[in-house]
Design a protein around this ligand. Structure first.
Ligand code: ADP
Length: 193
């Protein structure tokens, strides 16, 4: 199996590139952000809880997020592996994912692909996305800056953990969508040879 952690700050293009990767390698994408938005839209208890964090730009608590992820990983699929998009976002989630992949899939994370984009470009992209996405967390600069801050205080350490395992690869996330996709494909091809 190919199990990819797609990593990077909010607005770095994870969703866009996950789409390219699932088509190229026949993978199943699990996006915790999408799952939360689905629950918020449907007004589930999980959605109501998540909304109270997401609307402030904060992370949803680990346990809630991890339980939701486990349910998705357990669903049967005939793909070649998974793309984890937006998870893990904390050291605790990184450890949880290792256990989940081992216990449920009897496998391991193949690689952590990290999209690198500067803060100023991120803010610009997210404000622009907010004009059409209807996402409350894209609607103002203060919430966006909180999300980027959460990324540096809580999420950046995830990169360190994958670095220690020799599984961390950085890719420039600025440029044409196809150009970035090609670089990501090349990295996946290296590990799946
Ligand atoms: P982005 O990458 O653009 O910030 P996402 O769609 O990945 O957007 O996530 C939106 C929000 O959902 C995050 O700001 C956070 O509040 C919540 N969220 C998503 N994934 C996680 C996670 N793994 N742990 C905690 N909160 C999460």
């Amino acid at each position: 199996m190919i199990n990819i952690v797609l990593f990077g700050p909010p607005g770095s293009g994870k969703g866009t590139q996950a789409q390219n990767l699932i088509e190229k390698f026949n993978l199943k994408q699990i996006s915790t952000g999408d799952l939360f938005r689905y629950n918020m839209k449907n007004g589930t208890a999980l959605g109501i809880l998540a909304k109270s964090y997401i609307d402030k730009g904060e992370l949803v608590p680990d346990q809630v997020t991890t339980d939701m992820l486990i349910e998705e990983v357990k669903k049967p699929t005939n793909t070649n592996g998974f793309i984890f998009d937006g998870y893990p976002r904390t050291a605790n989630q990184t450890d949880a994912l290792e256990t989940i992949v081992k216990d449920i899939l009897n496998d391991e994370i193949s690689v952590c692909l990290s999209l690198i984009v500067s803060d100023e470009i991120l803010v610009e992209r997210l404000l622009k996305r907010g004009e059409t996405s209807g996402r409350t967390d894209d609607s103002n600069e203060e919430i966006i800056r909180t999300r980027i801050k959460e990324y540096y205080t809580k999420t950046a350490e995830v990169a360190e953990l994958y670095k220690q395992q020799g599984k961390y690869v950085e890719v420039n996330g600025v440029g044409g969508i196809e150009e970035i996709a090609a670089k990501l494909f090349a990295e996946v091809e290296k590990i799946s040879l």
